[in-house]
Design a protein around this ligand. Sequence first.
Ligand code: A2P
Length: 328
Amino acid sequence: MYNVAVVGATGNVGRKILEILDERNFPIKNLYLYASKKSAGKELEFRGKKYAILETSVENIENKDLDFALFSAGGDTSLKFAPEFSKIGAVVIDNSSAWRMDPKVPLVVPEVNPEDVKWHNGIIANPNCSTIQAMPILKAIEDKYGLERVVYSTYQAVSGAGAAAISDLENGLKGEEPKKFPYPIAGNVLPHIDVFLDNGYTKEEMKMIEETRKILGLKDLRVTATTARVPVLNSHSESVNLELKNDFEINDILELLKNTEGVTLYDDKDNLIYPTPLKASGEDNIFVGRIRRDFSLDKGLNLWICADNIRKGAALNAVQIAEILIKK
Ligand code: A2P
C-alpha cells in the first residue's frame, strides 16, 4: 500500500486521476489532496471518504511519508513544488510541460517506453495529450517499417485547456463572449494552442515535435505539426501523415495496429466505422482508423487517431506510470 498525493486535485485532470486510481484499485494507504490556496479546506470524496484539500506548500508536505505525487496543477506549480515533493522521497509524475524536455527526466508512455522509468531522479514526466495518443501507433510502425517523416494536424477538445475553456464553449453556445480564448470557440476553429514562439510555431506544436523524438528515441526524426482547438468538449482527434522507410501493405498495417497494446483498430469504411471524439470519450484505448495509402508519396500512410485527452492523454497515463513503478 502506498501514500499518494494528488496535486491539482480539484482540476479536470486531478479529479480524473482520483476516478482512475479508484477504478484500477490502486493500493492506497493514505491519500493527500492539494490545490491552490483558494481551495484549501474544501472537501473531495474518494472511496466513500471525505478529504480536506490542502494548500500546495512546503509546510503541508513536511512529515508526510509520500510514495507518489501525481501533479496536474500547471507548469509553474510543478516547477516550484515537484522538487520539494521529490526531496521528501515521493516520485513525482508530472502532467505539465515543465520537466518534459529535461534530459534528467524520463518522458513515458507505458505502452511505448516503460523501461525509461528506471532512470528517474524523482520526477517522471507525462507527455502532452496530443503526443501520447500518437505514440503507441508510431512506435509499432517505427519498429516494423521505420519512420522517415511525421506530419501532425490536430483537432483538440476544450477540456484540455481546463475548466475556463469548457466554460468558454458552453457559454459561447449561448452567445457570451470568451474569457479564456482570444476568439469565440463556439462555431470556430483556433489554430493556436499555448503561446506563439519566435519560429512561428505554437508551443503546443513544438511540444509534439520534441516529445515525439524523445519518447521514440529518434532525435533526428523529421516531424512537423499544426495544432488547432475545435469546439469539441472532450477527446482530441488528429490526422497523422507518415512517410515510412520501408514499403508496406495496408493489410499488414491493419494487422499490426489490431495487435498494438492500448490501441483499438476502428476502421471499416463500408460500415462507416471510423474514430470520433465522442466514440473515444470515456475509453482507455486510443482509436485509429481511416488507414490508407498516401498516394502522393512512395511510402506514405494516412491515419486518423482519436483518444480521450483527459484519460489516456493525461490521468490514465500518469496512473499507468505509477503502476509500472509498483510492479518493479
Ligand atoms: P484550484 O482549484 O484551487 O484553483 P484546471 O486545469 O482544470 O483548471 O485545474 C488546475 C488545477 O491546478 C486545480 O486543481 C487548481 O486548484 C490547481 N492550481 C492552480 N494554481 C495552483 C497553485 N498556484 N498552486 C497549487 N495548485 C494550483
